[in-house]
Design a protein around this ligand. Structure first.
Ligand code: NAP
Length: 304
């Protein structure tokens, strides 16, 4: 990736032109850049879905947004690793006054995914046990905060002591080390079986997750980076429900529910993104290397 000067963008139709103040880096940006994702882009292209900034201009069709409004995005027509981004109305969400641009850039995909996993795929209900398997990253911290705010009993995992401390600070009651094979037994002893698992690395954990789930439990596969052999009997005997999740599959009605729910939680101060590090936009290659390494605590943000 390299910085290039291009002509200023102009919105067409219902597009919204945003002056980007902060960009959220997501793992999917690296998969698309490297060509290992089903979405294939023709080169050259500008990466990025998540950003926060100020509305500059709106295309011909008037929508709910107005110039100078603070917004965040969960998608973009032109890509958000830039000073300007063109977005469709479905990609753009109002940024409340109590949320900074950096925090706003950390919302779109991570909080959208965590919301969909908890409330649309797993049908989480107050009082249930939820294991957030990989709780120290962008989606994991969002899920811990949303689950705690909804009254669930939250267990999070992280690979470092600092990560586990952060997970506890964000609202988890218990934190375990996902690199310690004994954490599965410890969680089973603690809970007698978890009702919900949000899984960030299914190719490592899926088989053993099923051993520590309660009868009728719901497991949501959010992340996976390879294949795994599982014993299907573990799912049969407990009548487990294993759900895939792809945020981009949310219907317009589901997206509305997700992003109005996030806005309400932001306004009530129930959620607050955690920023791991800030880098200038020209260091996007470094950000892509960092996000694939474990143990960044929260979100990596690029500043154009
Ligand atoms: P991230 O910020 O890089 O966080 C990765 C998380 O995975 C960290 O908490 C990390 O913990 C944890 N992890 C590392 N080894 C693990 C293990 N053995 N078991 C469980 N967790 C482990 O990434 P993210 O933005 O949160 O995204 C997480 C995953 O979900 C990625 O694979 C991403 O591609 C995927 N995702 C999917 C969707 C979708 O629509 N399906 C949407 C968003 C994200 P430590 O660093 O503490 O070890």
């Amino acid at each position: 990736m390299q910085i290039e000067e291009v002509p200023a963008l102009r919105p067409a139709g219902e597009q919204i032109l945003i002056e980007v103040r902060a960009v959220g880096v997501n793992p999917v940006d690296t998969y698309i850049r490297s060509g290992s994702y089903p979405i294939k882009k023709e080169l050259p292209f500008t990466p990025g879905f998540d950003a926060a900034g100020v509305v500059l201009e709106i295309g011909q069709m008037a929508g709910p947004f107005r110039p100078s409004q603070h917004v965040y995005t969960s998608g973009s027509v032109s890509g958000t690793y830039a000073q300007q981004a063109l977005c469709l109305p479905k990609h753009v969400h109002p940024l409340p006054d109590n949320v900074s641009f950096e925090e706003g850039a950390a919302l779109g995909i991570p909080y959208g995914t965590a919301w969909r996993a908890l409330f649309q795929r797993a049908q989480a209900v107050s009082g249930q046990w939820v294991l957030i398997h990989g709780a120290s990253g962008g989606v994991g911290i969002a899920a811990v905060q949303l689950a705690a705010a909804a009254g669930l009993q939250v267990i999070g995992t992280a690979g470092t002591e600092e990560g586990r401390q952060l997970v506890l600070e964000q609202g988890a009651q218990y934190a375990f080390d996902h690199n310690d094979p004994a954490h599965f037994e410890k969680i089973l002893d603690l809970t007698g079986g978890v009702d919900i698992v949000l899984e960030m690395l299914a190719n490592v954990n899926l088989d053993r997750d099923m051993e520590i789930m309660a009868k009728g439990g719901r497991l949501v596969i959010i992340g996976s980076r390879g294949r795994i052999e599982i014993d299907p009997r573990k799912a049969m005997s407990k009548e487990l429900n294993i759900h895939g999740l792809m945020l981009m599959n949310a219907s317009p009605e589901e997206s509305y529910e997700i992003y109005t729910g996030i806005e309400k939680a932001l306004l009530q101060g129930k959620i607050k993104p955690v920023i791991a590090s800030r880098l200038p936009l020209k260091e996007a290659p470094k950000a892509h290397r960092q996000i694939l390494e474990s143990a960044h605590l929260g979100k990596i943000i690029l500043l154009p």
